[in-house]
Design a protein around this ligand. Structure first.
Ligand code: SF4
Length: 329
């Protein structure tokens, strides 16, 4: 393969982090690839550097160097790193690369994504040893729990771990002084719109005691995925933006949400009837604004403007029925 000299993607932005808006640098690195590699909606399966370990280390370090050459350290306050899998999976990201990440972001808070089984004391300490210079909240591990319902996680996502596994990881992290961000997914395969909303509301309530931050992802249709095949056959529709607004408005705790693909057919979108004040793009902006400010009035404004446009969504909530999944073999 050609030597990757830059991350798969990197950009500057803003994030609400422990109640404060911080400027961020986000980077998605090409790694050895997700060891699990089975989730039905995941499109990252093709992002994989199959080199031997010494070359993989070299390639990943080169991506971090590229980041340093292209973003000045004083341009952002918070780092966010992702791979096409788990930052703490040693088969995917050799431990030596954690040192490079830690040195690069030293002194700034860092959010790193991982599956829960790789959240070990050893891995966290390894990253903290170079990262932690006494800054507040030096490390946050973001985990794609998706839902607190083990049956939905197994049948609709095939994630391969349980809520108990997540709680164990959260405990290990907290004991090491590391924070936890839980990613929840609205509307994986096989759920009706109503089931998806109810699952999200229950998951938010159940994960709150274990997570320092919660983020709601709205399921999108990524290319070359099992989910895409169902979608092409008309067996899946991404969630309505109304469902997201309703969940955020009703939540007792702050939940952030980045409605990726919002307003497009592969992303969360509402029905055809839309009026000024609650167009899909206006709802997407309101959700993004709320995710930074925590101010629900922006959500309430689009909700109020859309009273006449919710007929289709309300009909779906009332009438959509779920597929019959056998419980036994
Ligand atoms: S969602 Fe995460 S754990 Fe699942 S296959 Fe994709 S990268 Fe792996």
């Amino acid at each position: 393969m050609n030597r990757p000299i830059k991350p798969l993607a990197s950009w500057k932005g803003q994030d609400r982090f422990f109640g404060e808006v911080k400027s961020t640098l986000t980077a998605i690195f090409l790694s050895g690839g997700c060891s699990w590699n089975r989730c039905r909606m995941c499109g990252y399966k093709n992002d994989r550097d199959c080199s031997e370990k010494p070359e993989l280390i070299e390639h990943m370090k080169a991506q971090v160097s590229w980041l340093g050459e292209n973003f000045k350290s004083d341009e952002y306050e918070l780092g966010k790193i992702f791979t096409s899998g788990s930052v703490f999976d040693p088969n995917e990201v050799p431990l030596e690369v954690l040192d490079t990440f830690g040195t690069f972001f030293a002194g700034k808070p860092l959010v790193a994504e991982s599956r829960c089984e790789y959240v070990t004391e050893e891995a966290l300490e390894r990253l903290l040893s170079t990262l932690d210079s006494g800054q507040e909240h030096p490390l946050t591990v973001a985990i794609g729990l998706e839902t607190t319902n083990d049956a939905i996680r197994e049948k609709s996502i095939d994630k391969g771990n349980t809520f108990e596994d997540f709680k164990r990881a959260a405990d290990i992290a907290h004991k090491a002084g590391v924070s936890i961000k839980a990613y929840l997914m609205m509307k994986p395969l096989f759920l009706t719109e109503r089931e998806a909303m109810e699952d999200m509301q229950k998951s938010i309530a159940e994960v709150t005691p274990y997570a320092d931050m919660i983020s709601m992802n709205l399921c999108t249709v990524q290319g070359k995925t099992e989910l895409e095949q169902y979608w092409q056959r008309g067996s899946f529709r991404p969630p309505y933006l109304w469902s997201a607004v309703k969940v955020l408005l009703d939540s007792d705790v702050f939940v952030s949400c980045d409605p990726v693909g919002g307003g497009f057919k592969r992303g969360p979108h509402n029905g055809d009837k839309q009026v000024e004040g609650c167009l899909d793009k206006e709802i997407v902006s309101a959700i993004n604004e709320y995710s930074l400010s925590g101010d629900k009035s922006v959500l309430q404004a689009v909700w109020d403007a859309g009273a006449d446009c919710r007929e289709e969504w309300e009909f779906v909530l009332e009438n959509e029925t779920s597929w019959n999944m056998p419980l036994t073999k």
